[in-house]
Design a protein around this ligand. Structure first.
Ligand SMILES: *[C@@H]1O[C@H](CO)[C@@H](O)[C@H](O)[C@H]1NC(C)=O
Ligand SMILES: *[C@@H]1O[C@H](CO)[C@@H](O)[C@H](O)[C@H]1NC(C)=O
Length: 403
């Protein structure tokens, strides 16, 4: 039984996360969907996993290897269990889980909460118990549950807790990834139900699409935290439809906003630029910061073409993304230090000077008083960390200010 636990912390209502011990930082990995759709099989999963290891992705944190829709046969067996498609997965799903575990990785698997999955395979509706038992017997570590072919009136606020409880009853911990596109304000009940929840419709490999998802976060950044995350959907970095500068901005914002980082490209064929984006350890460190405070938008220009998103990090630091949406022109974007969002419970507007580091140039830029301005290329972002050099209060490290 999971009770809704609402505690008041520093005057802010905080919904406590699902207590399965998982996803204390945003899950990282790869999913078959964005590039391969239903064209999946055992060889692809094994090759991808090996490539993730040899490219350094596993060691950078991308440990979940997620099989999306289309892995089962079209009928359940006579006892009501899903059956893995033997043509696609000749050694079965459990074989892949065992293989990945030996390689220091984890297996994700997919189903949907309605009668059918989005691609027409049997869904979990009325079969939650059998599906949870089967996934546990496969030693699955991560379960993405989609929302397709649902009954008229089927309520995700009922269906996902049924699944949560069925998984819990197996005694086998699995990250529960809720994928119902933000219906019924999932961020309000997601934290007690799953470890991550999609907030919008699907991403696609375009600037307009991922900036629409970004826009949808602005009002809900308070609902994400350790154990339960606003999921901005899988990454499209390296899929080929956008220039690398767009991908760099997309990755910067997904990292700053604590989205799970689930790569969706063909990692067997990465360009050097894709590798540099997905493997930027300084950007990943922001995403994986243990405080788990989602970035918020702290400034927007009058025409909404330039904006600044920022968040506190552990150790009194901050991270920020300066975004220029202008299609044609580079623009100056200014972050005012007084606008930095404080750690909950501490007063705002205390930072008066900070040392700035550029996370894409991998360079310290020096100490700035009052504000920091970057010239941001068209449709690009600059991502920085800030270490306060001088605060009004100087109550904790790293305050080094005498003035
Ligand atoms: C159905 O699948 C389950 C799980 O793999 C298995 O235990 C059971 O024996 C199967 N039932 C039939 C009738 O094949
Ligand atoms: C089941 O739920 C209880 C209570 O929330 C929790 O302590 C336990 O870790 C959960 N088990 C699994 C396998 O998720």
């Amino acid at each position: 039984m999971t009770l809704l636990r609402l505690v008041v912390l520093f005057g802010v209502a905080v919904v406590m996360a699902l207590d399965n011990g998982l996803a204390r930082t945003p899950p990282m990995g790869w999913s078959s969907w964005n590039t391969f759709r239903c064209d999946i099989n055992e060889a692809l999963i094994l090759e991808t996993a090996e490539k993730m290891i040899s490219e350094g992705m596993r060691d950078a944190g991308y440990v979940y290897v997620n099989i999306d829709d289309c892995w089962s046969l079209h009928q359940r067996n006579a006892s009501g269990y899903l059956v893995e498609d033997p043509a696609k997965f000749p050694h079965g799903i459990r074989y892949l889980a065992d293989y990945l575990h030996k390689r220091g990785m984890k297996l994700g698997l997919y189903n949907a909460a309605g009668a059918w999955t989005c691609q027409g395979y049997p869904g979990s509706y009325h079969y939650e118990k059998q599906d949870a038992e089967l996934f546990a017997s496969y030693d699955v570590d991560f379960w993405k549950q989609d929302w397709c072919a649902v009954e008229l009136g089927q309520d995700p606020r009922v269906s996902y807790p049924v699944l949560r409880d069925a998984v819990n009853a197996t005694g086998h911990p699995m990250v529960l990834s809720i994928c119902e596109y933000g219906l019924k304000e999932v961020w309000t009940w997601g934290p007690t139900t799953g470890n991550m929840w999609r907030t919008t419709n699907d991403i696609s490999d375009s600037w307009d699409r991922w900036t629409y998802i970004l826009e949808a976060q602005a009002a809900i950044t308070g609902f994400s935290g350790p154990g339960g995350w606003n999921d901005m959907d899988m990454l499209v970095v390296g899929m080929g439809g956008q220039p690398d500068g767009h991908y760099q901005a997309h990755f910067s914002l997904w990292a700053l906003l604590n989205s799970p980082l689930i790569a969706g490209n063909d990692v067997r064929k990465m360009t050097a630029a894709t590798r540099e984006i997905l493997l930027n350890g300084e950007v990943i460190a922001v995403n994986q910061d243990p405080l788990g405070i989602q970035g918020t938008r702290i400034w927007q220009s009058f025409l909404k073409e330039q904006e600044v998103w920022a968040r506190p990090l552990t150790g009194g630091m901050y991270a920020a993304v300066l975004l220029n949406r202008d299609e044609a022109k580079p623009r100056d974007v200014t972050l005012k230090l007084a606008d930095l969002p404080p750690v909950p419970g501490t007063p705002a507007g205390q930072v008066t000077a900070a040392m700035v580091r550029d996370l894409w140039a991998h360079a310290d830029l020096g100490t700035f008083q009052g504000q920091y301005t970057a010239k941001v290329p068209a449709r690009s972002a600059v991502m920085i960390t800030l270490r306060p050099a001088c605060t009004r209060m100087c109550v904790r490290a790293p305050c080094e200010c005498d003035s």
